[in-house]
Each structure stands twice: as structure tokens, then as C-alpha cells.
Design a protein around this ligand. Structure first.
Ligand code: NDP
Length: 444
């Protein structure tokens, strides 16, 4: 396999899918050498079969808004790869959603899920429906209309969706309710469900907590203590909130949060009490992060990015390509020692190159944010056996999985000089597992 040729070919076939091509290119560059040590992979054209999704469903969703107007949105489900388990991956509701973004997310998800060691394939879905400003009734009607089509393609052994940007506990519950109504079955087809109807303890916290467990592992390789470290967090949704919570618990000092309008910088540090305010603001009031600055009298930068501030550790937790080469240079100039990604593909290729060149601790999302889907896997296990594990038990399993992912990254990503390239490590570890399963199952 020549990675450049494969990418050129994919560019010709999918010219309008930059995010998808970006995600594939990063993986192909890291696995090229290992892939070429296995001529049987090339003979089975494993690479194209791994890069191109099994199938994509595209459909129209019609629903009625509060004023009685009929609204129409586009919706999708990308079922990328099922070699090691049922398709598994979240649903995103955001105006920017398109096939390229969902294909990149489903591709990344396939590798991430393999890393967790749990039996889950990769998928992703969503719609260009934008929940901001919509009433709860409108969100419910949209979720129900989306499920009218989606329910045909999912199931506990087929495809198990969960949340992502714009889809939290409220939306998962509405979708689960409609799925149940349409199929007349109570199954573990969605994860991220409410605790009263089959959800797992720690699932809401899992992506943020897992990212910090991964970060602790990275810091330990250089004997660095997290206590007292200033942390820059972007976003203020699910992942950002629980990243912040774990940092506070460990004695680190989170100083920023953001949303798509701007960011706040609180030099005193975001405390437990202030975080509770953010959680209420974002999940109950559905307000803007600017209100934090008004309430606590700190700096707010409209349209800015948190990477402009000085911090020891950066935790991107909003969206793809939110940290570019210039941001990376600023972080380096300000003495940043670690970047651990809660979001999916938040750093551009230029930013990643700078992190690797500077040999900082850099945990790519595929590894660092895998705690979310891993805990979804634990929710599936609990549903399958009809049991509910305690908080402590799920948290201990989450920690164990993140330690294991870190260990695998070190195993496959350590370079000659001892530097751990976590990008390479995560890509190779995930790839080898899927490749072996695909080879064993023949050309399908
Ligand atoms: P939420 O919807 O809860 O929060 C998203 C946050 O990011 C909000 O603050 C939002 O601001 C901001 N944001 C979203 N899009 C943009 C944009 N285009 N520009 C600037 N800010 C933006 O989502 P999550 O916290 O669940 O997801 C955050 C990231 O983590 C995503 O990349 C997701 O794929 C990834 N992830 C999530 C997992 C999970 O378990 N939830 C698991 C693994 C990864 P605003 O309110 O203004 O839109």
C-alpha cells in the first residue's frame, strides 16, 4: 500500500469530503509501514475495505414546529465497520452535519472502539437539525420523526447509537421512547439512557473522566503531578463539564470554557460551585457561556479561542478542527506540556505536527476520549445481563480500560529515542485488531 496513492484515489472518489479525507490520511500515514509488513492485507485490499463505510443511510425528516410550520431536515446514519461487533457510535444534531463529517466520525469511531477492547464496530449518525433555540416539544417531535426512519436500521445486535454534539440524555430518551413504541420491544439499542430505564452510572461523566485518566497516564510517564496545573478547556457541553469536574477533584486549576460564541477566562479557577452553575446554565437553562463572565465578573472574549490564554495543559472538548497550527504555536510559546483531546479530531494536521515536533504529551481523541464509548459498551453489557453495576464498579472498569488503551499506545507508538507517539500507537493498535478480524472473516 502506498498511503499517498490511496488518498489520491479517495480524493477523486469523494472530492467534497475534506473532514473524511483528513481523518483517513492521518491513519494511513501511521499504519503504512505495519500494513506493508503483511502482503496478505494488500492481497485482500484491506485498506479500501476499511476506509469506505459498509453503508450510509440518507433520509429526509419532516416535523412540525411550535408555530405549526412543517420543517424539513436531512438525516443520516453511517455504518462504517462491523468486523468486531455491532455498529456503535453517537448521533450528532448540529447545523454543520453533513456526510463528510459523519464519515470522518464513523471512521475514527471504528478505530477507537477497537482500542477499548470491547466488541463494538464503528458507526455515526446525525442531522443538520440545530437544537439551539428549539423548545423541548420541538426537540421531541424531531427525535420522534428521525426515529420513524432510523428504527429500521438499528438494534441491539445491529447498530447501537448514543449521544454526541447536540444529543444528550434528553434527546436519547426521546429517541429511545419512540424506538420502543415502533418496535414494541425494550432492548439496549441506545446507550446514554436515563438511569431509570437501563442507563449506566458514570456514562454522562465517562468521556471527560476518561480523558483525564488518560492524561494522568501520560503525565506519569514523565513524573509530572497534575496538582496545581492550569488547564485550558474548550467547549462547555457534556465532555467539557466532566473534564472540568475531574480536574477540580484532582487539584488542577481549570481556567477556561467556551461555546460557539466565545470563551471565558477565570484566572481564579473554575470551582465546584461555579461548575454547578455552568451545568445548570448549559443543560437546564440552555444559556450561553458569556453569562458566566457576567455572574463571576471575569474576562469574556467574543469569537475568541481559549488557546490564546496561558496554560500548562490543553483539553479541546468542543468540535473538530478547533485548534489550528497558529493556536498550537501559541500553546507551545506559552509553555503547554500536554494536550489531551476530549473532542474528535479537534487539532488540525498542522497543529498535530507541531505537538509531535515539540515532543509534548499529545493524546489524540481516538485514544483519549474513548472512555465515553467504552462506558457505553459497559451499558450494553449491563443491559444484556439485566444488571446495574455500582458507580464504583463502572468507574474502576473505565479506569482499567483507559490504562489499557494507554499501555497499547505506548506499546505500538514508542519511537527509537523513547518518545511516545500516541497518534501512531493508537492508530496501529486499533488497526491490527480490526485487520485480523476482517482477514479471518473473508471478503465480505
Ligand atoms: P455538547 O453538545 O454537549 O457540547 C458541545 C460543545 O462544543 C458546546 O459548548 C458547543 O457550543 C461547542 N461547539 C459545538 N460545535 C461547535 C463549533 N462548530 N464551534 C465552536 N464550538 C462548538 O457535545 P459533547 O460535549 O458531547 O461533545 C463535544 C466533543 O466531544 C465532540 O467533538 C464530540 O464528538 C466529542 N465526543 C463526545 C463524546 C460523548 O460521550 N458525548 C464521546 C467522545 C467524543 P454551542 O453550545 O455554542 O453549540
Amino acid at each position: 500500500m502506498n498511503a499517498k496513492n490511496v488518498i489520491e484515489n479517495l480524493k477523486k472518489r469523494f472530492p467534497n469530503e475534506p473532514e473524511y479525507l483528513q481523518a483517513v490520511e492521518e491513519v494511513l500515514e501511521s499504519i503504512e509501514e505495519v500494513y506493508n509488513q503483511h502482503p496478505e492485507f494488500e492481497k485482500a485490499n484491506l485498506i479500501e475495505r476499511l476506509c469506505i463505510p459498509d453503508r450510509i443511510f440518507t433520509f429526509r425528516v419532516s416535523w412540525v414546529d411550535d408555530k405549526g410550520n412543517v420543517q424539513v431536515n436531512m438525516a443520516y446514519r453511517v455504518q462504517h465497520n462491523m468486523a468486531i461487533g455491532p455498529y456503535k457510535g453517537g448521533i450528532r444534531f448540529h447545523s454543520s452535519v453533513n456526510p463528510s463529517i459523519l464519515k470522518f466520525l464513523a471512521f475514527e469511531q471504528t478505530f477507537k472502539n477497537a482500542l477499548t477492547t470491547l466488541p463494538m464496530g464503528g458507526g455515526k449518525g446525525g442531522s443538520d437539525f440545530h437544537p439551539r433555540g428549539k423548545s423541548s416539544g420541538e426537540v421531541m417531535r424531531f427525535c420522534q420523526a428521525y426515529l420513524l426512519e432510523l428504527h429500521r436500521h438499528i438494534g441491539p445486535h445491529t447498530d447501537v447509537p448514543a449521544g454526541d454534539i447536540g444529543v444528550g440524555g434528553r434527546e436519547v430518551a426521546y429517541m429511545f421512547g419512540m424506538y420502543k413504541k415502533l418496535t414494541h420491544e425494550f432492548t439496549g439499542t441506545f446507550t446514554g439512557k436515563g438511569i431509570e430505564f437501563g442507563g449506566s452510572l458514570i456514562r454522562p461523566e465517562a468521556t471527560g473522566y476518561g480523558n483525564i485518566y488518560f492524561l494522568l497516564n501520560m503525565l506519569a510517564t514523565r513524573n509530572i503531578d497534575i496538582k496545581g496545573k492550569k488547564c485550558l478547556i474548550s467547549g462547555s457541553g457534556n465532555v467539557a463539564q466532566y473534564t472540568c469536574e475531574k480536574l477540580i477533584e484532582l487539584g488542577a486549576i481549570p481556567v477556561t470554557l467556551s461555546d460557539s460564541n466565545g470563551y471565558i477566562y477565570d484566572p481564579e479557577g473554575i470551582t465546584r460551585e461555579k461548575l454547578e452553575y455552568v451545568m445548570d446554565l448549559k443543560t437546564v437553562q440552555r444559556g450561553r457561556i458569556k453569562e458566566y463572565a457576567d455572574k463571576y465578573n471575569c474576562k469574556y472574549v467574543e469569537g475568541g479561542r481559549v488557546w490564546a490564554e496561558k496554560g500548562d495543559i490543553a483539553l479541546p472538548s468542543a468540535t473538530q478542527n478547533e485548534l489550528n497550527g497558529d493556536d498550537a504555536k501559541t500553546l507551545m510559546a506559552n509553555g503547554c506540556i500536554a494536550v489531551s483531546e476530549g473532542a474528535n479530531m479537534p487539532s488540525t494536521p498542522e497543529a498535530i505536527e507541531i505537538f509531535l515536533k515539540n515532543k509534548i504529551l499529545y493524546g489524540p481523541g481516538k485514544a483519549a476520549n474513548a472512555g465515553g464509548v467504552a462506558t457505553s459498551g459497559l451499558e450494553m453489557s449491563q443491559n444484556a445481563i439485566g444488571l446495574s453495576w455500582s458507580r464504583e464498579e463502572v468507574d474502576a472498569r473505565l479506569k482499567g480500560i483507559m490504562n489499557n488503551i494507554h499501555e497499547n499506545c505506548v506499546k505500538y507508538g514508542t519511537e527509537k529515542d523513547g518518545f511516545v507517539n500516541y497518534v501512531k500507537g493508537a492508530n496501529i493498535a486499533g488497526f491490527m485488531k480490526i485487520a485480523k478480524a476482517m482477514m479471518a472473516q473473508g471478503i465480505v
